[in-house]
Design a binder for this molecule. Structure first.
Ligand SMILES: Nc1ncnc2c1ncn2[C@@H]1O[C@H](COP(=O)(O)OP(=O)(O)OP(=O)(O)O)[C@@H](O)[C@H]1O
Ligand SMILES: [Mg+2]
Length: 495
C-alpha cells in the first residue's frame, strides 16, 4: 500500500499541465477516498487544486451572500442581474415573491451556469451552495446545538488578464443595474400617520398617473417639469446648503382630483406617501415622533389643512393652550427645522378646498413652491376620462357632451362615477348616454339655483372652476362631495 506522501510527491513531479492535474485530482480523489482519512484527503486535494490554479488562465471570484453580519451588495446585485440573463439553456430556476412586491423574482438554482459577455470579455457565473455546520449555544435547553446551514455564493470566472476591468467596470456596472431594477420594481407605499395608526403601511394601489389625470395640460406639464427638476438638483441643493425639499399646495373643490394627483406624483417619482392625520394628534411630541419616522424619497401629505387647524382650535377651547398644542406655525417651523437637519428628497403636499382660509404663513413665498389649482371638468379633461374609462378617443356624442360641460359645473369625480356605472356592459354608447343625461340634469338643477356656469374659457390655468366654486362655498365643505373617492385619510381604499 503506497504511503500518502509518496502518492503526493510522485504525482506533483508529473503534474506539468492543468489538464493532467485535473485528471490527477480525480484519480487521487477516488484512490484517496478508499485509503486515506477524510481530513488528510481534503488537505491533499486543496494542494492539488492550488497547483492546478497556477497553470490555469482563468480567475474565479467568489461572492458570498453575506459579508460578516451585513448583506453583500454585490451578491444581491449579481443575483438580480443574472435573473435578467436567463437563457433557454438554463434547466433549473427558483422563483419567489415578497408580499409587498409586484412581480415574482426568478433566480437560477445552484449548480446552474450563465455565460455573459461584456465588452468582449466572456464571463461565467455559477451559483454555489455549500452546507456548513454551525454550533451555537441554545439558551432554552442549555446545550450546544449544531445545525447545518446552506451557504450561498456565486462564482464568477473569466480570463485573468481582465481582472482589473471586471473589478472596476463590470461589477460596478452590475451594482448600478441592480439599483435601476429595484427602482422599477418598487411598490409605492402609503403610510397613515396618526396617533392610532402604527407603522403599518399598505401598497399604494391607486391607479392614478399623470396620464390618467384630467387636468389642465399646461399645468400638468409644469408640475412634471418641476418634479423632474427637483430630482435632478441634488448637487445644487447641497451646494447652496438648502434642504432638499419641495412643497406643493393643491387647492380646489372636492372631487377635482387633489388626492388623485398626489397618488400620480407618488407613482411618477416612486416615492412613498405619508398621510399625516393632524386631527388625531394631541401634541407636538406626537407630531415629532411621526415625522422622524418618515423615510427619504417620500411625500408627506396633510389633507384639508384648513379643517385640521380649525378643529384643533375648537378643541383647545381657550384654555389648555400650552406648548403641547399643535399649531400651524408650530407645524411649519418644525417641518422646516426637521427637514433642514435630516432627510433627503422630501416633498410636502397640503390640500385644501379653501385656499383663502389658509394661514398666510403657509402661503408665504418660499414656503410652498407651487400652488396648483384643481378645477371643474373641462372638455379636454373629459376626453382624458373617456379614454381612461371607455378606452375611446372620439365618439359622435363628444361635441354634445363637451358643450354641456362648458355650461355646467361638474367635477371629474362625478363624471368618472357616471362612466364607471355603465362600465359593466362595456358599451361606450350607453355610458356616454348616461353622461349626457347626468349633465343635462345637473345643468337644469344649477339653472334653477341661478348657478349657471360663467364660462371663463381661454383662461390658462382653468381658474373658472375655482371662481364658480367660491360662489357656492357656503354650502359646506363636503356637502357636494360625490362618491368615487379612492384615497381616504386613513389610507383605505374605497370607491
Ligand atoms: N382630475 C381628475 N382626473 C381623473 N380622475 C379624477 C380627477 N378628479 C377626480 N377624479 C376621480 O374622482 C375620484 C375622487 O377624486 P379625488 O379624491 O382625487 O378628489 P379630491 O380633489 O381629492 O377631493 P376632496 O377635496 O374631497 O378630497 C378619483 O379617485 C378619480 O377616480
Ligand atoms: Mg382628497
Amino acid at each position: 500500500m503506497p504511503s500518502t506522501t509518496s502518492v503526493f510527491s510522485a504525482y506533483t513531479t508529473v503534474a506539468a499541465s492543468t489538464m493532467l492535474v485535473r485528471t490527477v485530482i480525480n484519480d487521487v480523489q477516488s484512490l484517496a477516498s478508499q485509503l486515506i482519512p477524510r481530513t488528510l484527503q481534503e488537505k491533499i486535494l486543496s494542494r492539488l487544486e492550488g497547483l492546478s490554479g497556477k497553470f490555469s488562465s482563468q480567475l474565479t471570484i467568489t461572492i458570498d451572500e453575506s459579508s460578516g453580519l451585513s448583506v453583500n451588495e454585490i451578491y444581491q446585485a449579481a443575483e438580480m442581474y443574472l435573473s435578467t440573463r436567463i437563457t433557454p439553456s438554463i434547466e433549473q430556476l427558483k422563483v419567489s415573491k415578497e408580499p409587498r412586491e409586484k412581480d415574482v423574482s426568478v433566480t437560477i438554482n445552484k449548480g446552474q451556469k450563465i455565460i455573459d459577455t461584456f465588452e468582449g470579455i466572456q464571463l461565467t457565473w455559477e451559483f454555489i451552495s455549500t452546507a456548513t455546520q454551525k454550533t451555537s449555544f441554545d439558551y432554552d435547553s442549555g446545550f450546544y446545538a449544531t445545525e447545518t446551514a446552506e451557504r450561498q455564493s456565486i462564482q464568477l470566472s473569466f480570463h485573468k488578464k481582465y481582472m482589473e476591468k471586471v473589478l472596476q467596470i463590470y461589477l460596478p456596472y452590475i451594482v448600478e443595474r441592480m439599483k435601476s431594477i429595484k427602482e422599477n420594481k418598487k411598490v409605492v407605499k402609503l403610510y397613515s400617520l396618526g396617533s392610532y395608526s402604527g407603522d403599518s403601511s399598505i401598497n399604494l394601489d391607486h391607479p392614478s398617473t399623470f396620464e390618467t389625470m384630467a387636468m389642465d395640460q399646461k399645468l400638468k406639464k409644469e408640475l412634471m417639469d418641476d418634479l423632474d427638476r427637483f430630482l435632478k438638483r441634488r448637487r445644487f441643493y447641497k451646494r447652496v446648503g438648502k434642504a432638499w425639499k419641495r412643497g406643493y399646495l393643491l387647492y380646489g373643490p372636492p372631487g377635482t382630483g387633489k388626492s388623485s394627483l398626489i397618488a400620480a406624483m407618488a407613482n411618477y417619482l416612486k416615492f412613498d406617501i405619508y398621510d399625516l392625520e393632524l386631527t388625531s394628534l394631541r401634541s407636538n411630541s406626537d407630531l415629532r415622533r411621526l415625522l422622524v419616522s418618515t423615510g427619504n424619497r417620500s411625500i408627506l401629505v396633510i389633507e384639508d389643512i384648513d379643517c385640521s387647524i380649525e378643529l384643533e382650535n375648537r378643541q383647545s377651547g381657550g384654555h389648555n393652550q400650552d406648548e403641547s398644542q399643535i399649531t400651524l406655525s408650530g407645524l411649519l417651523n418644525f417641518v422646516d427645522g426637521l427637514w433642514s437637519s435630516c432627510g433627503d428628497e422630501r416633498i410636502i403636499v397640503f390640500t385644501t378646498n379653501y385656499k383663502e382660509r389658509l394661514d398666510p404663513a403657509l402661503l408665504r413665498p418660499g414656503r410652498m413652491d407651487m400652488h396648483i389649482q384643481m378645477s371643474y371638468l373641462t372638455p379636454d379633461g373629459f376626453r382624458i376620462l373617456a379614454s381612461n374609462y371607455l378606452n375611446i378617443k372620439s365618439h359622435p356624442v363628444f361635441p354634445e357632451i363637451e358643450e354641456l360641460i362648458k355650461e355646467t359645473e361638474v367635477t371629474p369625480a362625478e363624471v368618472a362615477e357616471e362612466l364607471m356605472r355603465s362600465e359593466e356592459d362595456a358599451d361606450a354608447d350607453a355610458a356616454l348616454k348616461g353622461v349626457v343625461d347626468f349633465l343635462e340634469r345637473k345643468k337644469k338643477e344649477q339653472n334653477k339655483c341661478g348657478k349657471s356656469k360663467v364660462v371663463e374659457e381661454g383662461k390658462d390655468e382653468g381658474n373658472g372652476g375655482q371662481k364658480m366654486y367660491e360662489k357656492r362655498k357656503s354650502g359646506g365643505k363636503k356637502n357636494n362631495k360625490k362618491g368615487g373617492k379612492m384615497m381616504t385619510k386613513r389610507g383605505k381604499t374605497r370607491k
